[in-house]
Design a protein. Structure first.
Length: 124
């Protein structure tokens, strides 16, 4: 039996984070949201001490900065699915370890497609 996908959600809007977790749990994928971080600083601190994450679901704009800074401040190689209302960061996101770029409000089918891409990424 496959292990669950350990997911870190980085989102500064509590309702958006809860909705994303609900959507994730409503897919056929075995997922486990292990942590939700609301800022660049808490995300960097968490990733430096807890690198055992399989996938990051990351909003772009957070209260204390741009989440792309998290990837620049940590030495991680974890796939990312961006979840954001802003499309101007798409190109920069795909130059990083991005699997997909979902615009809010997150569509259930697009989320399932992004998780399928993740599965193909880790099991080529």
């Amino acid at each position: 039996m496959a292990q669950s996908i350990k997911i870190l959600i980085i989102e500064d809007e509590t309702l958006a984070a809860k909705r994303l977790e609900r959507l994730l749990n409503d897919t056929e994928f075995d997922v486990e949201v292990v942590m939700k971080c609301e800022s660049v600083s808490t995300s960097v601190a968490y990733l430096k001490s807890n690198p055992a994450i399989d996938l990051i679901m990351m909003d772009i704009r957070l209260g204390d900065g741009i989440s792309l800074d998290i990837l620049e401040q940590t030495d991680i190689n974890i796939p990312v699915i961006f979840t954001t209302a802003y499309d101007e960061y798409t190109l920069k996101a795909f130059k990083l370890q991005s699997i997909d770029y979902l615009l809010k409000p997150i569509d259930h089918d697009e989320l399932k497609s992004a998780l399928s891409k993740y599965q193909k990424y880790i099991n080529p």
